[in-house]
Structures are given as structure tokens and as C-alpha cells.
Design a protein around this ligand. Structure first.
Ligand SMILES: Cc1cc2nc3c(=O)[nH]c(=O)nc-3n(C[C@H](O)[C@H](O)[C@H](O)COP(=O)(O)OP(=O)(O)OC[C@H]3O[C@@H](n4cnc5c(N)ncnc54)[C@H](O)[C@@H]3O)c2cc1C
Ligand SMILES: *[C@@H]1O[C@H](CO)[C@@H](O)[C@H](O)[C@H]1NC(C)=O
Ligand SMILES: *[C@@H]1O[C@H](CO)[C@@H](O)[C@H](O)[C@H]1NC(C)=O
Length: 368
């Protein structure tokens, strides 16, 4: 391939959440001569704006088992766990002793993740907190999402990746930014529901209300129970200590499917506090302070996350768009989708990015 400007492939990553940024990170490392642009409505520096329009600033975020075994998820989350574990010395990631409790007896099938995490074991009866009948302990990792997103952004800046703030309404616009030889990576999460092109109605929110606390006494990830709608009313109690700032712990929470409400509900907040106190007496300390209340929408997808390539015929024809200009050139355009990670976007991020990179390598030969 010659190195004139037009012949350098242009990769446009739509979305600057943990999925878009991690994908940009992996691809820009593998293909340093290509041109990369991240296009998003919300950007990492917006974490101070408290925008709830995207999920990534509001995560816990740790690696924890969610749902049952699934082959692709397993691979993604294994890759990510190991990568995060290797990053501990950077200070962005901490190791986290953990206990998950269950209200019912458990069997081995629940422990599909036992070789991913470290030090996995089943709790002795006297270690199980009151109100639970069984539990497991292991060592996992956590990170502070807002600091982590800024780190990813800085890495990409240093590699010359361009950031463009723009809200897109259709894939046609993304294709125009990329140019006919370009590729678009679609990491728009819940935004994928409404973009004109292929509106994906399988995408839905799982509302998560949380409390950010200063609670230096809490040094363990505790959860009871954890998972998607394991409780019909959507309560899931968990505490995620972060590597930084000192003493910061995220207290949760709720798992409310199809609930788009972004307001903090104070009855829910009181209930979260009560449930966490019951699970972690260490919270009951004169030093503990509430720093804030948050609501975030986990961008889930019925059928699981979608990582796959799709060719579009452009210009796009849609009942929601004006007809294409007469004589507009017709061409096929490649989009690689990567959205719908629900409650597990951080813990699947590096694996998802690798999966996108594999698809990219396969298809790019066709385009180049
Ligand atoms: C309370 C809570 C706790 C969580 N805890 C954890 C945890 O402990 N571990 C874990 O792994 N995960 C956790 N998650 C889930 C995690 O936050 C998400 O899975 C992850 O952030 C999804 O990342 P994303 O990049 O797919 O989407 P997002 O972060 O939502 O990013 C989407 C991006 O696309 C952009 N975009 C969307 N539509 C458009 C458009 N039309 N035009 C331009 N740009 C657009 C947005 O601006 C944004 O930049 C939690 C989530 C919540 C809410
Ligand atoms: C991203 O995927 C969603 C769901 O298929 C779709 O609605 C949207 O148009 C896609 N965006 C692009 C730029 O391909
Ligand atoms: C959203 O939640 C708030 C707080 O609980 C509540 O007052 C409001 O009525 C809810 N809005 C909708 C549309 O349900």
C-alpha cells in the first residue's frame, strides 16, 4: 500500500465509552500507520459534566461474575481480567478481595469463572454473612472508571488519534466522515437503539442507582446477590472499593431492566444504604461520608453483546431520511458493531477490542 494520504485507511470509532476507547487502543497499536478518529457525543473529559447519556462514567467498576457461562463472554472476560491484572503496577487497577453471597444453595455450574479470578474458594459456613446461605471468596480487580477513561484518552492522544465531538443521526454521516475506503466501528451502546440505519430494538437499559461513598474501612468487594434480575424487584447489593481516590467505594444498587428513569430515587438510596450496612458493618464508621448519588443505564442487548461486521449499501435509503441526491455514488461500506455489553462493559473491554481487531483484520483485506 502506498503512503499517500488517501490510501491510508481511515478508521472511525463511533463512541468514546470504554468499548470505543479500548477498541481504538488495540487497533491503533496494531496498525500505527492508519488514521483513527473517535467520534462521540460524550467524551472522556465530560465525566465532570455528570451526563447520564452514556454508561461508562457510572460503572463500579470491577471484574465480577455476571450471569452464566457463555463461550464468547468467557473468552472476552478472561482476556480482560488478565490484561487488567497485568496493569496493577500502573496504579489504575487494584486487587480486590471479594465475597459473593447467595440466598439459595449453590452448585458448581455457578462457578464457571473460578479459573479466571484468583484464589477462588467456597466460604465456610461461619464466613457467610447473615441473611445468606452460601458464598464464595476470590480475588478480583477494580478500577475508577472516570480516571480509567481519561487514561485511555491520553494514550490515544499520544498516538495521534483524533477526537471529534458530534452527535450522529445515521450511519451515512459516519460513513461520510470515514470516506469510501474507511471503516466504522459502532460502539454507541444505548445510542445504537436510535441511530437511523439499522435501529436495534434488542438494545435496552438496565438502570443502576448507586451511592459514591468515602468509606476507607471497606476494603472488600461484597455482593448479595449479584446478577441480572436475580431479584424480580431489581435490587442487587454490592460494594466496590476503588484504587483511587483513597477510600472511595461505590455502593449499589439496582438492576432494573427497561427502566430509563435517570432521576435519583431517595427511597431507593435509603434502601441501598440499609442493605449495604447489613452486608458490611465496616461501613458503620464515623469516617464514612456520602459523596454523591448516581443513576446510570447499563447498555444491554437481548441475546447478548453484538460484535460482528455488516456491509451497508450507501447512500442509505430510509423512511426517516431525505431521498439520496440524484446521481449520488453507490458503494458498499463496512461497519463493525461492538455494543450491548450491559453490566459487563469494563470486564469485557479488552477481549471485545481483540474480537473487533480479528474481524477488522479479516475484512480489511477485502477493502484495501
Ligand atoms: C451502576 C453501574 C455499575 C456498573 N458496574 C460495572 C462493573 O462493575 N464492571 C463492568 O464491567 N461494567 C459495569 N457497568 C457497565 C459498564 O458501565 C458498561 O457496560 C460500559 O460502560 C459500556 O460501555 P460502552 O462503551 O459500550 O457504552 P457507553 O459508555 O454508553 O458509551 C457510548 C458512547 O457512544 C456515544 N454515542 C451514543 N450514541 C451516539 C450518537 N448517536 N452519536 C454520537 N455518539 C453517540 C456516547 O456519547 C458515548 O461516547 C456498570 C454500569 C452501571 C450503570
Ligand atoms: C450501530 O448499530 C445500531 C444497531 O444495529 C444501529 O442502529 C446504528 O445505525 C449503527 N450505527 C452505525 C454508525 O452503524
Ligand atoms: C422517575 O423517578 C423519580 C424519582 O423516583 C419519580 O419521581 C418520577 O416520577 C419518575 N419518572 C417516571 C417517568 O417514572
Amino acid at each position: 500500500m502506498s503512503q499517500t494520504d488517501e490510501s491510508v485507511p481511515h478508521v472511525v470509532i463511533l463512541g468514546a465509552g470504554v468499548i470505543g476507547l479500548s477498541t481504538a487502543h488495540v487497533l491503533s497499536e496494531k496498525y500505527p500507520s492508519y488514521k483513527f478518529t473517535v467520534v462521540a457525543r460524550d467524551l472522556p473529559e465530560d465525566v465532570d459534566l455528570n451526563s447520564q447519556a452514556w454508561a461508562s462514567p457510572w460503572a463500579g467498576a470491577n471484574w465480577s461474575p455476571i450471569g452464566g457461562y457463555e463461550e464468547k463472554k468467557y473468552k472476552r472476560e478472561l482476556i480482560t481480567f488478565n490484561k487488567l491484572w497485568d496493569m496493577i503496577s500502573s496504579g489504575l487497577i487494584r486487587t480486590l478481595p471479594s465475597r459473593i453471597c447467595y440466598a439459595e444453595p449453590v452448585n458448581d455450574a455457578k462457578f464457571w469463572y473460578k479459573d479466571i479470578v484468583r484464589d477462588f474458594r467456597i466460604l465456610d459456613e461461619e464466613e457467610v454473612p447473615s441473611g445468606a446461605v452460601a458464598g464464595v471468596a476470590f480475588t478480583t480487580v477494580s478500577l475508577n472508571p472516570q480516571l480509567y477513561l481519561l487514561w485511555l484518552r491520553n494514550e490515544l492522544n499520544a498516538r495521534g488519534v483524533i477526537f471529534l465531538r458530534k452527535r450522529l443521526y445515521s450511519i451515512q454521516e459516519a460513513a461520510e466522515i470515514a470516506g469510501p475506503q474507511g471503516v466504522v466501528i459502532n460502539a454507541t451502546a444505548l445510542g445504537a437503539r436510535s441511530l437511523i440505519g439499522v435501529e436495534d430494538t434488542a438494545v435496552y437499559p438496565i438502570r443502576g442507582q448507586t451511592i459514591l461513598a468515602y468509606a476507607p474501612g471497606v476494603q472488600e468487594f461484597l455482593a448479595h446477590p449479584l446478577g441480572l434480575s436475580s431479584v424480580p424487584t431489581g435490587e442487587a447489593t454490592y460494594m466496590i472499593p476503588r484504587p483511587a481516590p483513597h477510600g472511595h467505594v461505590l455502593l449499589g444498587g439496582t438492576f432494573q431492566e427497561d427502566n430509563w428513569n435517570l432521576s435519583v430515587d431517595f427511597d431507593t438510596a435509603r434502601d441501598i444504604w440499609r442493605r449495604c450496612l447489613q452486608l458490611a458493618p465496616a461501613l458503620n464508621d464515623p469516617e464514612t461520608r456520602i459523596l454523591g448519588h448516581n443513576v446510570g443505564l447499563r447498555p444491554a442487548r437481548r441475546g447478548g453483546a453484538r460484535i460482528e461486521a455488516q456491509w451497508y449499501s450507501l447512500p442509505l435509503e430510509s423512511e426517516f431520511l431525505p431521498p439520496p441526491a440524484e446521481g449520488a455514488e453507490k458503494y458498499d461500506f463496512l461497519v463493525i458493531h461492538a455494543y450491548g455489553f450491559g453490566a459487563a462493559g469494563y470486564q469485557g473491554s479488552w477481549g471485545a477490542a481483540e474480537e473487533v481487531a480479528e474481524i477488522f483484520a479479516e475484512h480489511f483485506k477485502l477493502v484495501a
